[in-house]
Write a protein that binds this ligand. Structure first.
Ligand code: HEM
Length: 151
């Protein structure tokens, strides 16, 4: 059971970091070059449809496994500065990812459905920093986890 949770933690962490890197460093900049229009809208909808269920599941698995690891390895984590830093990066990153995926996305959908476009624009501006920060913090948590176990 314990090794299964660690296995799922590593797989979900790999999905979060790789998916965020691909979307933010490759797909996002490429899509932003396309002219506004129906094709761009359809493309972004298709990307979201593929990405959202995978990222949502990975975030839930990572949060659950992190809570288990925090409980089962509390002594090890609290005695190791590398693991304290990793847990902090991981928890802040996961909380931000959770807020973007399970709170702000719903709020944005609601504003769009109600046609409150100026409020939607303001919210988009305010939450623009979340995804890049998730990428940085999740990558740090990943790197520190691998460093701690294999160096
Ligand atoms: C996005 C967030 C996170 C990512 C990407 C991530 C990634 C990883 C990876 C890749 C490893 C395995 C290293 C290896 O064996 O090669 C690992 C191990 C570990 N992680 Fe995380 N992690 C995250 C969040 C957290 C959080 C919030 C905690 C809370 C305590 C945590 C606790 C641990 C512990 C205790 C281990 C060592 C498990 C063991 O080998 O016994 N992680 N993490």
């Amino acid at each position: 059971m314990d090794s299964f949770v660690v296995f799922m933690h590593v797989i979900a962490g790999t999905i979060i970091v790789s998916m965020s890197s691909i979307m933010q460093l490759i797909v996002g900049p490429a899509v932003s070059l396309l002219p506004e229009g129906l094709d761009k809208k359809r493309l972004t909808e298709k990307l979201a449809k593929r990405r959202i269920p995978i990222m949502d599941s990975a975030i839930m698995i990572q949060m659950t496994s992190a809570i288990y690891l925090l409980y089962s390895r509390w002594v090890m984590i609290s005695l190791e500065p590398v693991m304290i830093a990793k847990a902090c990066c991981g928890f802040i990153g996961l909380s931000l990812a959770f807020s973007a995926h399970f709170y702000f996305r719903g709020k944005k959908k609601k504003l769009q459905a109600e046609g409150r476009l100026s409020e939607l624009k303001t919210l988009n501006e305010k939450t623009r920093f979340i995804e890049p920060l998730v990428l940085v913090l999740a990558s740090c948590a990943y790197f520190l986890g691998v460093f701690f176990n294999h160096m």
